[in-house]
Write a new protein. Structure first.
Length: 288
């Protein structure tokens, strides 16, 4: 195993053209000691051209569709690097992303770090998301407010292998990354690079843009926290606990009503979720 090898894990389900762009952004890194692991999560797209083009540049693994969390976990399992980095298949890295971030982590003796990033796509004018004030001991603050973008994260492999509970939760449809960051933050301080070194593509289907998905994520995170006894009550403000409990109750009510596949019903459900999520959203926002 070569020194300071970085394993870059890219889960993929759709959008082979964007996947090529993502892989190219890794190949073009100024830091070259990397392995690129693409986990195909049961995509039905024809990958022939992609594999012919990149067969010598990547480690490719195809699994039955199990979700992005399972795909990332598989990547962690087969990785060999001393550091692990995550990149979504529709996002991009700036050329010096790994060089700057790894140098910063080694110099500062950090276990994990993230960076600011640029939001783009979906007819959006490029917008910088500055996360420079989100560093150090972020637990339990990150329960209410967590601006960490998964494609900005680099973490030492040893941290993930010393505790096998530090994995993405496979039973969640959204929020699985926030839950993992919460678990890691409980053990290690977070480093941050102010410079935006990642471009995060915003699409209409992004879970972060949907109130119903946010309600679901908060409800599932809270259920996991209680089931795994991750946090003591004294560590979380009563108002925040109330907001999470509210999300859990409201999501269960909406989930029963939301089984219809009719598009017009789903639109009505999202509008209702926006109204009902306003109360907890204001509470979470006030904790920043």
């Amino acid at each position: 195993m070569s020194k300071n090898l970085v394993s870059v894990i890219i889960p993929f389900y759709s959008g082979a053209v964007w996947l090529e762009e993502a892989v190219e952004s890794v190949i073009n890194q100024t830091y070259k000691n990397i392995e690129i692991i693409v986990i195909n999560d049961g995509s039905e797209e024809d990958m022939t051209t992609f594999l012919q083009r990149y067969k010598n540049d990547i480690i490719y693994f195809k699994q039955t569709n199990a979700g992005v969390a399972a795909a990332r976990n598989k990547g962690v399992e087969i990785s060999k690097g001393q550091y692990i980095a995550f990149l979504d298949s529709d996002d991009l890295w700036m050329p010096m992303k790994l060089e700057k971030q790894l140098s910063f982590m080694i110099k500062s003796e950090l276990i994990w770090s993230h960076t600011s990033y640029i939001k783009f796509g979906n007819n959006l004018i490029e917008e910088i998301r500055d996360v420079s004030n989100f560093e150090g001991d972020i637990f339990p603050k990150c329960l209410s407010y967590n601006p960490i973008a998964t494609p900005t994260v680099v973490i030492k492999r040893s941290a993930l292998y010393e505790d096998y509970n530090l994995r993405f939760a496979t039973g969640m449809k959204s929020g699985e990354d926030s839950l993992l960051w919460l678990k890691i933050a409980k053990k290690f301080k977070l480093g941050v690079i102010e410079e935006p070194l990642v471009k995060v593509r915003i699409r209409g289907s992004n879970a972060a843009l949907r109130a119903y998905a946010q309600l679901r994520a908060k409800a599932q995170i809270w259920d996991k926290i209680k089931r795994e006894d991750l946090i003591n009550k004294s560590e979380v403000k009563l108002l925040v606990r109330g907001a999470f409990s509210y999300c859990s109750v409201i999501y269960r009510i909406l989930a029963v009503s939301g089984k219809s596949e009719r598009n017009e019903y789903k639109k009505s459900l999202e509008y209702l979720a926006r109204v009902l999520y306003l109360f907890p959203w204001l509470i979470f926002r006030s904790q920043r």
